[in-house]
Design a protein around this ligand. Structure first.
Ligand code: SAH
Length: 375
């Protein structure tokens, strides 16, 4: 087995910075007080901050021209300072009879990211990106192959949700609720490597309108490769979001290869950080495990995983591998997957197999690899 070099990490970094490639400030970057301060700087009345926020978060209105209860001149001035266009849709694809919709966006500097909207009879979930590309270099993941372009700003993260909440609200998806209820940070990027902006995005998504979107903390899932210091920090944020840990192997030898950051924080350490998170928040940890044929799907690995997780506040979510172009790896055969599930359950670990929504439009797990050439 080859051991890969330790990947360089860009961990959380205090206050958001505005580097050349970052977009202009948008109201979703700021809390209500911050929006009021900018409104005051423009010479407009302070109540306009709440008015704009109600349009954006309450009515999912992203187009300032449609905010006709604000006089045109003020509207233009406010939009110029607080509502720059962040996402330009490049392509929108659908499958599963319209219940899965993938959006490819171009950002202000030309970077491309994707989001996926998924409708179910009882819920609507959006899978969003936290970075353009990803620096974690997991060899089975399409996003990981291209490397990191840049962090997304808080508003670039939030705007994906607000845009797609608007799509859901328009009723284009039949037989599913119109209200977007769930958000998963399982698109492009490693959310905990863009820590401060992701935390601010979580606050915008969960604060009640007009400050934010008013989603339940429990309905938001942050998925991580296991950046231990950031996991510990997250536990202290007073945000009881669901934490998903992309484990993919129960032993260090294999995980060092599948999730290269394991060379820095080993299985035992990353699981300890996960249990500390569940102890602090009371939330069950979701252990993500892509089933890769003859790589991590052996019965002994199921048994080892079962021993690591038994008695913990955790469940396993097995993901049939979505093979990426040019990869030597494939999904495990169904009988192998069934045996893996059986052994985990026998060990007392709740286990489910994730559905494979969005495969035909490359919108399934690990397939998000936006490139213009794809179009
Ligand atoms: N960086 C974060 C979130 C993005 S990926 C993380 O790694 O958790 C969301 C999930 O999809 C992760 O569990 C990831 O390991 C998984 N994934 C990536 N590529 C995949 C593939 N080709 N097939 C199945 N799952 C994949």
């Amino acid at each position: 087995m080859t051991t890969l070099p330790v990947v360089p990490l860009t961990l959380g970094d205090g206050m958001p910075s505005r580097r050349a490639s970052m977009p202009p400030v948008h109201l979703a970057d700021l809390d209500l007080a911050g929006r009021r301060a900018i409104v005051a700087e423009t010479g407009e009345q302070a109540f306009r901050a709440a008015q704009l926020s109600t349009h954006y978060f309450g009515r999912l209105e992203r187009d300032p021209a449609a905010m006709t209860d604000i006089p045109a001149a003020s509207r233009e001035r406010l939009a110029g300072h607080l509502m720059p266009k962040l996402l330009t849709p490049v392509r929108e694809l659908e499958c599963d009879d319209g219940a899965t919709r993938k959006s490819l966006w171009r950002l202000h500097d030309g970077a491309l990211v994707e989001s996926v909207l998924m409708g179910y009879p009882d819920r609507v979930t959006v899978c969003i990106s936290s970075q353009a590309g990803c620096g974690m270099a997991c060899p089975f993941c399409a996003t990981g192959q291209a490397g990191l372009t840049r962090n997304l700003s808080t508003a670039e993260i939030v705007d994906q949700v607000v845009y797609l909440a608007g799509v859901a609200a328009s009723g284009v998806m039949e037989g599913v609720p119109r209200r977007l209820s769930h958000v998963v940070f399982m698109g492009m990027g490693e959310p905990l490597a863009n820590y401060s902006r992701v935390i601010a995005a979580l606050r915008r998504l969960t604060s009640p309108a007009p400050e934010g979107l008013g989603l339940s903390q429990r309905h938001i899932t942050v998925s991580t490769v296991g950046l231990v210091p950031a996991m510990k920090k997250l536990a202290d944020e007073d945000l009881s979001v669901t934490l998903a840990l992309s484990l993919h192997a129960p032993d260090d030898e294999l995980r060092d290869e599948l999730v290269p950051v394991n060379q820095r924080w080993k299985v035992a350490e990353v699981l300890d950080a996960a249990w500390a998170y569940s102890a602090k928040t009371g939330r069950r940890i979701s252990i993500e495990y892509a089933m890769i044929r003859d790589v991590n799907d052996q019965p002994w690995r199921a048994d080892l995983l079962g021993r690591l997780l038994a008695g913990r506040l955790a469940h396993v979510n097995l993901i049939p591998l979505n093979p990426t172009p040019g990869s030597r790896w494939d999904a495990s055969p169904k009988p192998v997957e069934r045996e893996f599930v059986r052994r985990l359950r026998e060990a007392g670990v709740p286990t489910t197999v994730r559905d494979t929504r969005g495969r035909e439009i490359d919108g399934a797990c690990g397939q998000l690899a936006a490139s213009e050439g794809e179009a």
